[in-house]
Design a protein around this ligand. Sequence first.
Ligand SMILES: NC(=O)c1ccc[n+]([C@@H]2O[C@H](COP(=O)([O-])OP(=O)(O)OC[C@H]3O[C@@H](n4cnc5c(N)ncnc54)[C@H](O)[C@@H]3O)[C@@H](O)[C@H]2O)c1
Length: 386
Amino acid sequence: MSAESPSRVDWITSNCQLLAATAAEFLETKPFDGLSIGTAIHLEPKTAALLTTLKAGGAHVIATGNLNSTQPATVEWLKARGIQAIGVATTEATAHESTIEAILAEKPDLLLDNGGDLFARVAENPYVRLKGGTEETTSGRMRLMPLRDRLNLPILVINDSPIKQFAENRHAVGQSLFESYMRFTNRATQGRRVTVFGYGACGKGTAACFRNAFATVSVVDIDPVTTLEAHLDGFATPPRDEAIVSADVIVTVTGAPHVIGAADLTLLKDGAILMNGGHFPHEIDVAAIRQSPLVEQAIRYEGESIETLRLADGRAIHILGGGHMANLAGPRPLGNTVESMDLGFTLQARCLELIAKGGVDASACVVPVPPAIDRAVAEAYLALNR
Ligand SMILES: NC(=O)c1ccc[n+]([C@@H]2O[C@H](COP(=O)([O-])OP(=O)(O)OC[C@H]3O[C@@H](n4cnc5c(N)ncnc54)[C@H](O)[C@@H]3O)[C@@H](O)[C@H]2O)c1
């Protein structure tokens, strides 16, 4: 291959059509002229297309990632294009937190957050110049809602746009978690019993993708109304412990901590595979499971991000990606589809544009994307894809 061959980052960014159209417009309109934007969102190729779009709009972009998902090739690609990318590939919370602090030390005018790492600190240490920003995901919205009084800034939650809900969470997350299961394990799904914890938008897609792959899928959700929906969608909805006892594969996509913990080791089937799709690596309490007195031996497969725990009674339990979000963990992590992220990230770019222009005030603190932006982004996507 010649030195000039385009990279995977080039392939992905060149396929983000909506962002490319937005960047072309921003080059003319320059909505972020003179402004800096601090970002803390997975530094992987689709994000690179978003960050260069913001730069096209005149922004000085300072970028870090989320825990365990930073891809070094993307960081290098961004640096070569004048983006101040300081993200590091790490599973260490303290190393990640130091990059979050470094972003905030620059006091950016706008923030683009994913999981609330930036805005949770702003609630503790506000600074005058901050105009507001965006939060990408469910877990971040849950973290920021109780901080609204202290934040008192326009913060638009991309997750709560219907477009993000159906294009990414429902259609793309299930597909990419299923792809990740195959990529990690190379194991058949046909006839396997798969239990999905959480039947929100992400869980619905995950359950559907495994069912389409001929697995026998059950769903566990703490909300009886949602459990009824899963039942009417044709999934088995056994009580939690019963589901765990019979599952060959368990996938968590709840946004909640410690959904599966050390106490479940007595229930898990020999050979059970545990995988998380939720934002934070706390849905499966991997640390407590590793430390359980029932665990006799931990075996890590070199370069595969698969950990096998041998229990005293002879059973083996496998954990994928250390309980980190599986679609952005392990070897060759691809994340969600280009099209789903192109849509969601165009919502990001348009929301940041609105805030930069002063189009929303502090009463829009941790609220969904304005419907006018949803309509404009939907029309633009349809125009490009009809
Ligand atoms: N992997 C990805 O690419 C990706 C993309 C988008 C969102 N996410 C993350 O996925 C998670 C789920 O997102 P969502 O939009 O589906 O959320 P959601 O709020 O729509 O659904 C979560 C569901 O989990 C259920 N739940 C909560 N605690 C539970 C428990 N202990 N046991 C069983 N069910 C429980 C809730 O009742 C709810 O129905 C979040 O952490 C979100 O940030 C990941």
